[in-house]
Write a protein that binds this ligand. Sequence first.
Ligand code: UDX
Length: 442
Amino acid sequence: MTCRIAVFGTGYLGATHAACMAELGHEVLGVDVDAAKLAKLEAGEVPFYEPGLAEVLKRNVDSGRLRFTSSYEEAADFADVHFIGVGTPQRKGDFGADLTYVNAVVDQLGPLITRPSVIFGKSTVPVGTAEALARRLDAFSRPGAEIELAWNPEFLREGFAVEDTLHPDRMVLGLRKTGRGRAEEVARQVYKKLLDEEIPFIITDLSTAELVKTAANAFLATKISFINAMSEVCEAAGGDVTTLADAIGYDARIGRRFLNAGIGFGGGCLPKDIRAFMARAGEIGADEALTFLREVDNINMRRRTRTVELAREAVGGSLLGARVAVLGAAFKPNSDDVRDSPALNIAGQIQLQGASVSVYDPKAIENSRRIFPTLSYESTAVDACKGADVVLVLTEWSEFREMDPRALSNVVRTKRIIDGRNCLDRDRWTEAGWGYRGMGRS
Ligand code: UDX
């Protein structure tokens, strides 16, 4: 059955969700306040880099199933299923999540709805937010509108957003404890194709649904910081963290995924989500339960300073006047996202210590320039490496993994490379006469 759906927010989450819901056969309206973004989307262009999304978007815009608007009135009139996919960034000045955008959607949309509708929240929010929003809707919805709020967190990874939306590991739906309405039935209609594939569908209460998302991200962050802590121990003891990760990863209870040591995690989700989780735990009197996340955060931030130290050591003890090439600026490969990117943060710190830093990234230069205009940017890896005293690989793009060390040998001043993601073939680089330094590898 075709549903008429509005998706609020057209960032990574919202744009992908809107395009994928149309791909499932629904009629979809994407809603945003940013006119420039809407113009691009309407033309079938994705305003950021996300592999595979452009095709899905274009196909559905062309077929007429997917449209975009800035009008909440139009959305309320058109759809009876609404998804909230706006951002919940870290609040300026503290760890908590900024709920301005989520609240704005509910406050603007609620009073405009005139018939029974379901609003599904997808944004990552502190536990308790959904119940508060539901109460807000109760207070100002029109008679007969019967607006039901449910929480349906997303788990998509940038770089795999389409795949994760159309073929998720699981789906979670949180319903209000006060009497069940139509939300489950509507969710089953919206996701029928996915449910037919027997993707696990977990129905729970609002709080648990909100917590599933934050707990999943906290676990992933902890896993990365665990292996980065082992990396510190390996450095002190003369061990090799990559071999260690391979060996412990064979234990199915541990698993090898998300055990890549390096410069740590960044991006628009993990760092701010663990902080918001700690902040909310404090507010509800459970702060002791999450004090370990502070250490997870500390370990993660230490990786950045450690990488700067390694660069300093590599150029003989002072970065002043050194030429440093940084390959990679995005917070991870296959993305142009530089939000809280460890790579860019390290590049900035090195520059602050007096080095001249040349950065190259296959997709993230434009975004990097916007937030770090003082670094110099090059359009190829070779250009960035010209005259370098040390080369740092900070995002594991396949272009860098596959790089031929000999192609750079005559370009750099000194053949010295720091593999911030342990993604290079160490033997290949050392055989070509390079000094190789990995993270947590003796
Ligand atoms: C994350 C979650 O994976 C996703 O489920 C959630 O919905 C949103 O947040 P994303 O931010 O796209 O997704 O990136 P992810 O692939 O999780 O990587 C996060 C960071 O961890 C990156 O900076 C990555 O480089 C780093 N990382 C990841 C490591 O340092 N080591 C690893 O082993 C894995």
